[in-house]
Design a protein around this ligand. Structure first.
Ligand code: G3P
Length: 225
């Protein structure tokens, strides 16, 4: 499972990249709005930091297919290879996806709440489809189950599209999808941090250092004892 950062804050992205094995960055219009900066200024800064080989996902906001395709051309031209244009999984979006796929522009089908949206997007040529785990849970359905259904539909129909799960609130949600072998998850920096931060882990590491220093002296470690 690829692990992607769902944020546009460059300092947070740098911090997460410093410590964790990250495969790219996803953004959406709400995330870009939080930056308060010009969209392409932020996105180019992210692209420059993550490099050409990492994935960058950027959403189109037009309501009609023609506008989405026009946006996709600019997104691809400005941000280069490995940039995936996020297209909402609505009728105009499917029309745009078919056209973009024919042009060879990589697509992430977004705003996915149902397996049928994902199936249609996959048939239109999307590389990824993004079910919103937490938002589906908040509607009274099971977001994890929806993501698993989508994964199974793709495998059972020999579709190359992968699930890019989005909208996470905790590490348990991520763990379940990781166990299931879905293609990718995009997660906010605070959730990524929460994957390995707990008192038991901190205490275990502290105890090992204390025991070693009781043997060798304060500040000593395996390089200087
Ligand atoms: O792009 C979709 C995803 O980022 C939504 O996440 O946390 O706003 O539900 P969230």
């Amino acid at each position: 499972m690829k692990l992607i950062i769902d944020d546009a804050h460059i300092e947070l992205i740098k911090k997460v990249y410093e410590f964790y094995p990250i495969d790219g960055v996803t953004t959406n219009p709400s995330i870009l709005a939080k930056s308060g900066r010009k969209p392409y200024d932020v996105l180019k800064e992210i692209r420059q930091f993550i490099g050409d080989n990492a994935e960058l996902h950027v959403q189109a906001v037009s309501r009609d297919a023609e506008g989405m395709v026009k946006e996709a051309h600019r997104i691809a031209a400005e941000l280069g290879k490995n940039t995936f244009v996020k297209i909402p999984s609505i009728p105009e979006g499917f029309k745009a996806m078919k056209e973009l796929h024919a042009l060879g522009i990589p697509i992430t089908a977004t705003a996915v709440y149902t397996p049928m949206q994902a199936f249609l997007a996959a048939k239109c040529g999307a590389s990824y489809t993004a079910p919103y785990i937490n938002r589906i849970d908040n509607m009274g359905y099971n977001g994890i189950q929806v993501a698993k259904h989508i994964h199974d539909i793709f495998k059972n129909n020999d579709l190359k599209t992968e699930v890019l799960a989005a909208s996470f609130k905790n590490s348990q949600q991520l763990l379940e999808l990781c166990e299931y072998g879905i293609g990718a998850s995009t997660v906010a920096p605070d959730v990524i941090d929460g994957l390995v931060k707990n008192q038991a882990i901190t205490s275990a590491v502290d105890d090992f250092i204390k025991d070693f220093e009781s043997l060798t002296g304060s500040g000593k470690n395996m390089s200087n004892c």
